[in-house]
Design a protein around this ligand. Structure first.
Ligand code: CUA
Length: 450
């Protein structure tokens, strides 16, 4: 008898949980209502079977419970019952599978007017390419992929010159226009998923896969990788921003083309040295860093990283948290760099400064730190020299007190909390693996040995 009660409670509880639960699908933001219908049908079929089977079990437990004089009857065959069960099961299974065939037929039939966006996944970030005015994407080859050419575009291909390069995990698409996402992976399996769009697809190295949709709601939707792709998988986030056509056009016009990117002139260190005077006041004339002024060593840091951080300060992605007092100071300082060329120049000057080891101020358990560092090494490298392809800066030979403060800021959300600071956000997620202050000290003590 108690078993029957448990079974009935299980059924009633499940139904109540379904009706009262706050966890349900995110709001639909694309044309794929068909997917929701398909899932609803599956849900109702399996839900009905779940309720029927469990209630029937409860009924049997009650009806056929032990009675002293009761005798079992033997009935090995019941043709009529078997026909019914086979028929009903066939109908249920067909009801679950058939809608999927209709959805798939539509999924592989991309509307001709769909515009194309290429999304490229790699451990652990997203980048995008849009065809330029000719509407054609240039040829790509994995062997051509480099820091300067992250998409591996053929420089000889005229179709590729006007390709628009978005080296940032945030894509924009116009509202109510069908879009075909071409999907490529540089390394392992990834998966392009925006829950609100309902459709998703794997990125497979060596293959071009695709998916299409028509966004029906404007807004910013989180992009997730839904294929376990290594230690940073959970931090492989991005966004798809659905804009009104005008906003989309304005955004796209700001992005560089492949040709423009190649034509960029390198920073001029001589011009940059004059602008560096402002930096020198805190970071020191040789970029060696001055702890008393809370200014870290910048000499020897990768140029791409210095540039990104300066631009992050300029664009309000960094130094805006109310508890980030030193970051706030930087905002005033970077304002003296008028434009991107000025940033390039000053970074070029910093690259000429001598790279001398800073004073070590933090002690910890180096052996324990080495264990912790195995996670850091995935992106920052075994030698801590940074890996540009993974957006991970050099950390070896940096001011150790500065690293300790930054790790604490990442952990507490003082740094990396801005929704557009994807790499900072990623570091925030990973810094949580450092459990306490001692763990931070230990890992920095190890980094000091690199
Ligand atoms: Cu990429 Cu998970």
């Amino acid at each position: 008898m108690p078993l029957a009660v448990v079974l009935i409670l299980l059924v009633v509880g499940s139904i109540l949980f379904h009706l009262l639960s706050p966890w349900y699908f995110t709001e639909l933001a694309s044309n794929w209502a068909m997917v929701d219908v398909t899932m609803d049908i599956t849900f109702y079929v399996t839900g009905f079977v779940f309720v029927a089977v469990n209630l029937f079990m409860a009924y049997c437990v009650i009806k056929f419970r032990y009675k002293k004089d009761a005798r079992a009857t033997y009935e090995p065959e019941n043709k009529k019952l078997e026909y019914w069960l086979t028929g009903l099961t066939a109908v249920g299974v067909a009801a679950m599978l058939t809608p999927g065939l209709f959805v798939w037929a539509k999924f592989v039939d991309v509307p001709e007017e769909a515009h194309v966006v290429e999304a490229v996944g790699q451990q652990w970030h997203w980048t995008y390419r849009y065809p330029g005015e000719d509407g054609k994407l240039g040829e790509v080859d994995a062997e051509r992929i480099s820091h300067e050419n992250p998409f591996g575009i053929d420089p000889e291909d005229p179709n590729g010159q006007d390709d628009i390069i978005v080296y940032n995990p945030e894509a924009h698409i116009p509202l109510d226009k069908p879009v075909k996402f071409l999907l490529r992976s540089k390394d392992v399996l990834h998966n392009f998923t925006v829950a609100q769009f309902r459709v998703k697809m794997d990125l497979v190295p060596g293959m071009n896969t695709f998916m299409w949709l028509t966004p029906t709601k404007a807004g910013r939707f989180e992009l997730l990788c839904e294929e376990l792709c290594g230690v940073g998988h959970f931090a492989m986030r991005g966004a798809v921003v659905v804009d009104e056509q005008d906003d989309f056009d304005a955004w796209l016009a700001q992005q560089p083309t492949f040709a423009e990117q190649n034509a960029r002139v390198a920073g001029n260190a001589a011009i940059g040295s004059a602008q560096y005077a402002v930096c020198a006041a805190c970071h020191g004339p040789q970029g060696q860093g001055i702890a008393a002024l809370n200014a870290p060593k910048i000499a020897g840091q990768s140029e791409w990283y210095l540039k990104r951080q300066i631009l992050s300060y300029k664009n309000g992605l960094r130094g805006v948290h109310q508890d980030d007092t030193f970051g706030q100071q930087m905002i005033g300082m970077v304002a003296t760099l008028a434009d991107e060329a000025a940033v390039d120049n000053v970074v070029a000057h910093i690259a000429t400064l001598p790279d001398e080891a800073p004073e070590m101020t933090i002690e910890g358990d180096i052996q324990h730190g080495k264990q912790i560092y195995t996670v850091c090494a995935y992106c920052h490298g075994d030698d801590g020299m940074g890996v540009q392809a993974l957006n991970a800066p050099r950390i070896a030979g940096s001011s150790d007190w500065y690293m300790a403060r930054q790790l604490d800021h990442f952990k507490t959300g003082v740094r990396g909390a801005h929704p557009k600071d994807y790499y900072g956000y990623q570091m925030g997620l990973l810094s949580i693996t450092l459990r306490d202050e001692q763990a931070i000290k230990d890992v920095i003590a190890y980094i000091n040995t690199l």
